[in-house]
Structures are given as structure tokens and as C-alpha cells.
Write a protein that binds this ligand. Structure first.
Ligand code: KIV
Length: 273
């Protein structure tokens, strides 16, 4: 079903996302980084498109999300914005552009909003970035928080294993979620934490909580598009459900094309002028 079949498409807003939480309707969210893929995922009816800094991994081939720049994020985001008619579009502020300096955080958020046309920004962390979050919100820019496994801090964690299994870290995560809500964030992503803790967070804040590796009892789910489509095959954490095997489908298509070219079967007369 295409949600674009009628001429008037109702845009998803923070208000609609809040209504979805309040009514118990689960929120669907996927990443996208370019025009063509964003167009397909929006037509399929996704609620939120995240222009994630996972672009650093899946688009640029870096090992971590740290190297991607603000200019590169704006490039990806503006390509997505040109494609998406219905979904709410959130953009990650990349590493080094909001931590420890709230003025820079505000400048980064404003650049993303002005230059890409996206609808909100996402930042990783809790109490340590409170000032940056408040400053961005004071400019009227919606902010999505991100707690648990926060990939921009991978060198602090040293590993991509499940976070907040210990009581002290779980307590801080819950307090951080409540702090982000009090600051005015419109939603929070929880990555790779125990399902019971994620449920507790989702029940203790009024804003939508979107999980990735955080179990079923949150208000919505997010996955990285390239992982769920099976384009990336080397990344297979327990939480990832692969909905297609595009790597095999694409490899077969490329091989068939190469064979046809080599064997002079492409193009035929009907494919020529
Ligand atoms: O960058 C990203 O793709 C993300 C998701 C994993 C939530 O932050």
C-alpha cells in the first residue's frame, strides 16, 4: 500500500507521535541516508525516518560513527528531505558538534534545520549534555534523546555489549530519561539495554520511547535500514530481524548483468536506437 496514493498526505508531527504513544499505537522508525531509499521507506508508510550517523558505517565504510562530519550529515539529510512526504525526519548531530559546548550544540542544530529542512535532531547522552539539550530546545528545535548504548561513546565503553545491566547504570539511565523528558525532548531512543529496564523507562516517562535492542515493551522500534534489508551481512546482533536478503538479490542481478555484457546478450536490438 502506498500512503502517497492520495494527493493530500498528512505529515507525521511530534504531536501525532505523542498521540500514538497515548493511544498505544506502536511507532515505526528506520534509518535512511539518500533520496531513493528514503522515497521507498516513506511510501511504505514509516512514521519516523532517522538520518542516523550510522551513515558513517553503512554509507562511508568507517568502523565507528565518530568520523562523519556535520557537512556530511547535512548532505545526507537534505537528500532524505527531498524524498520524504509523510514521515517525521530526525537527524543525528554528529560526534564533536554538541558535547561540552552548548553554543556549538545550538549552532549545529540550527545548521541542520536550516540547511537540510529536517524536523528534529537527535543527541546521545544524559546529564552530561543537559545544557546542550536545553539550549537547542530553547531555539524551538525538537530534540530526540538517545540513551543506553550510545555509539559515539564507543571508546569509553570499549565494547558494543548490552548496557545498564548493573543497578547503578540502570538507575542513572532512568534518571537521565526523566531529565530529558523534563527538559522538553519529544522522544527518546533506548539502544541495547535489558527489556525490563526499557519497559520501566517507557512507563515512567510520558514521551515516546523507541527501542533498538530494548525489547517489545517500549512505544516503537528502530532499525538501521541496511541491516534489516540484509545489505550488510557481517552485522548480526540478536536484536536484528533481517526482513530481506538484498545482498544475495543484488549480487545475482549484478552477476547476470556482467554475464550478459560479456556474452554480448545485452543490449539487444529492441534495447538499442
Ligand atoms: O545512527 C543510527 O542509526 C542510530 C540508530 C541505531 C538509533 O542512532
Amino acid at each position: 500500500m502506498s500512503v502517497h496514493s492520495s494527493s493530500s498526505v498528512k505529515r507525521v508531527t511530534t504531536h501525532i507521535l505523542q498521540e500514538m504513544k497515548d493511544s498505544g499505537e506502536k511507532i515505526s522508525m528506520l534509518t535512511a541516508y539518500d533520496f531513493s531509499m528514503a522515497k521507498i521507506v516513506d511510501s511504505a508508510g514509516i512514521d519516523i525516518v532517522l538520518v542516523g550517523d550510522s551513515a558513517s558505517n553503512v554509507m562511508a565504510g568507517h568502523e565507528t560513527t565518530l568520523p562523519i562530519t556535520l557537512d556530511q550529515m547535512i548532505y545526507h539529510a537534505s537528500s532524505v528531505v527531498r524524498a520524504v512526504k509523510r514521515a517525521f525526519i530526525v537527524v543525528d548531530i554528529p560526534f564533536g558538534h554538541y558535547q561540552g559546548n552548548s553554543s556549538e550544540a545550538l549552532r549545529s542544530a540550527i545548521r541542520i534545520m536550516k540547511e537540510s529542512g529536517a524536523h528534529a535532531v537527535k543527541v546521545e547522552g544524559g546529564s552530561e549534555i543537559k545544557e546542550s539539550v536545553s539550549r537547542i530546545l530553547s531555539a524551538g528545535v525538537p530534540v530526540m534523546g538517545h540513551l543506553g548504548l550510545t555509539p559515539q561513546s564507543i571508546y569509553k565503553f570499549g565494547t558494543y555489549t548490552v548496557r545498564a545491566k548493573e543497578e547503578a547504570e540502570a538507575k542513572k539511565l532512568l534518571e537521565d530519561a526523566q531529565m530529558l523528558e523534563q527538559c522538553g525532548c519529544f522522544a527518546i531512543v533506548l539502544e541495547k539495554i535489558p527489556a525490563a529496564l526499557a519497559q520501566k523507562v517507557a512507563e515512567s516517562v510520558k514521551i515516546p520511547v523507541i527501542g533498538i535492542g530494548a525489547g517489545p515493551d517500549v512505544d516503537g522500534q528502530v532499525l538501521v535500514m541496511h541491516d534489516m534489508l540484509g545489505i550488510t551481512q557481517e552485522f548480526k546482533p540478536r536484536f536484528l530481524r533481517q526482513y530481506a536478503d538484498l545482498q544475495s538479490i543484488m549480487t545475482e542481478a549484478f552477476q547476470n548483468y556482467i554475464k550478459d555484457v560479456k556474452e554480448r546478450k545485452f543490449p539487444t536490438n529492441s534495447e538499442s536506437y
